[in-house]
Design a protein. Structure first.
Length: 456
């Protein structure tokens, strides 16, 4: 049995905080998956590297209404794929090599861990299981795609977001099971690159966690672009490697040549035998942590998808900096601030959000004002001929406190950033709108006009 000062489970955001400050400690890093975690290998980075060529293809497709006649002659899928993983795979390999060859204070155990007692684990290695103990443990084990039993038990080949980006050729017709952000992003990617797309979603409308205006308008656009079946569930999944067929509960039949399951992700805590270590979980499987990222189990911290209700890399990164500080400074703990967590959906049109939705404002009984400002009402939106984008802001009447912001349109994830900053630092709607210059005719004027339009 080997004892360490610190054990970190997970090589994503768990690995990223192990900088020079931890050199005096004897550290164990444990991960049986691809080094670098979800974001680097199968999540944020490769998907956005795939979204960008899809955006380019869509721009070419729409160029004629700007007086430019252009067309996409061919999509070289294998070149698109090679550009992505030709960069990402070496980064993953280099990260593993760095930890194994240049960090003498860190021992990398390339296997999956499970708890056998308080701060006691066994790691399954090729040469046999190894038992480890530590003074402190950080669980950063991430999450994995969920697969409904109707698919898992069908025997029909399928992909998830973990595998679909490495396929050898573009499918003719993709069937996507799910109607959330992963479904919306891959529907955009495959349709822009030339595949027909069908979406089968249990919820209606799409993107049910978004503000009501966003989800309703996006669903309307999606119905005009893709074959969309909402409020629908597959009663049966059948087919083989050449064809997949979803028989829906309403007797509709959806066919394609590739099935992508995009029904969400679940925390990996259920694979760690957490109960043996006295580590409690929420009903959805997330590890319980306090504002300092501490589990109720003594000496155990957790961060990222395995514990957070926000399955977002920027949240995991922030939590990792808090955990690092608290490990090094146990007498001066820092809290994680989850008040204003922004998110984006890199579909088409792009979507970004921060703070409360309008339906949440109503449910909370708040006295609020709301303004929806169209992209096409400001000069740059007009220049783009945009007729679907908008910025929606919500603020408390009387105080002008910003409650939420929701954007749908080109570069929404960038345009929303001033609103995230204002909410994070307590800048009110009136002060934000009038207390600074807004570059004309830049796209952020849609934010300025939305703020000016609030009746507070």
């Amino acid at each position: 049995m080997r004892h360490h000062d610190l054990i970190v489970i997970g090589s994503g955001s768990g690995n990223s905080f192990l900088d020079a400050r931890f050199a005096p400690l004897d550290v164990a890093l444990v991960d049986g998956g691809t080094f670098g975690g979800t974001c680097l290998n199968v999540g944020c980075i490769p998907t956005k590297m795939l979204v960008h060529p899809a955006d380019v293809a869509r721009s070419v497709e729409r160029a004629s209404h700007l007086g430019i006649d252009a067309a996409v002659d061919k999509v070289r899928w294998t070149d698109v794929r090679a550009r992505i993983f030709g960069r990402i795979d070496p980064i993953s390999a280099a990260g593993r090599d760095y930890r194994t060859s240049r960090c003498p204070h860190i021992t990398f155990y390339e296997g999956y861990a499970r708890f056998t007692g308080p701060r006691r684990l066994v790691v399954d290695l090729p040469g046999g299981p190894v038992e480890l103990t530590a003074d402190r443990v950080v669980v950063a084990a991430g999450s994995r795609p969920t697969v409904p039993p109707v698919v898992a038990e069908s025997g029909v080949p399928f992909h998830t977001s973990d595998t679909v980006m490495r396929i050898d050729a573009l499918p003719e017709h993709v069937v996507i099971l799910g109607s959330g952000y992963i479904a919306a992003e891959f529907a955009h990617v495959f349709s822009a690159l030339g595949s027909a797309v069908s979406i089968v979603g249990r919820s209606a409308p799409m993107l049910r966690g978004q503000d009501e205006t966003v989800r309703e308008r996006f669903t309307e656009l999606a119905r005009g672009r893709w074959d969309v079946h909402l409020g629908a569930e597959p009663a049966r999944v059948r087919g083989d490697g050449a064809e997949v067929v979803l028989d829906l509960a309403d007797d509709a039949v959806v066919r394609g040549d590739l099935l992508l399951v995009a029904t969400g992700r679940r925390p990996n805590g259920d694979r760690l035998d957490l109960r043996r270590a006295g580590i409690p979980t929420h009903p959805d499987g997330r590890i319980v942590v306090d504002e300092f990222q501490r589990s109720p189990a003594d000496g155990v911290f957790a961060l990222g998808d395995v514990s957070s209700r926000f399955q977002l890399k920027h949240v995991a990164n922030r939590e990792s900096t808090v955990v690092a500080h608290n490990l090094l400074h146990p007498d001066a703990l820092r809290r994680t601030d989850h008040r204003f967590v922004p998110s984006a959906v890199f579909t088409e049109p792009q979507i970004a959000a921060v703070g409360r939705t309008e339906q949440e404002c109503r449910a909370d009984g708040l006295d609020y004002a709301v303004r929806v400002q169209a992209y096409g009402d400001v000069a740059y939106g007009w220049a783009m001929e945009d007729d679907t984008g908008f910025c929606k802001v919500l603020a408390e009447r009387g105080t002008a406190r910003l409650l939420g912001a929701h954007l749908m349109g080109p570069e929404a994830s960038i345009v929303i950033q001033p609103l995230i900053q204002a909410m994070s630092f307590g800048l009110g709607a009136k002060e934000m709108a009038t207390g600074q210059y807004w570059i004309h005719p830049a796209l952020p004027e849609v934010v300025e006009n939305a703020l000016l339009g609030l009746r507070l």
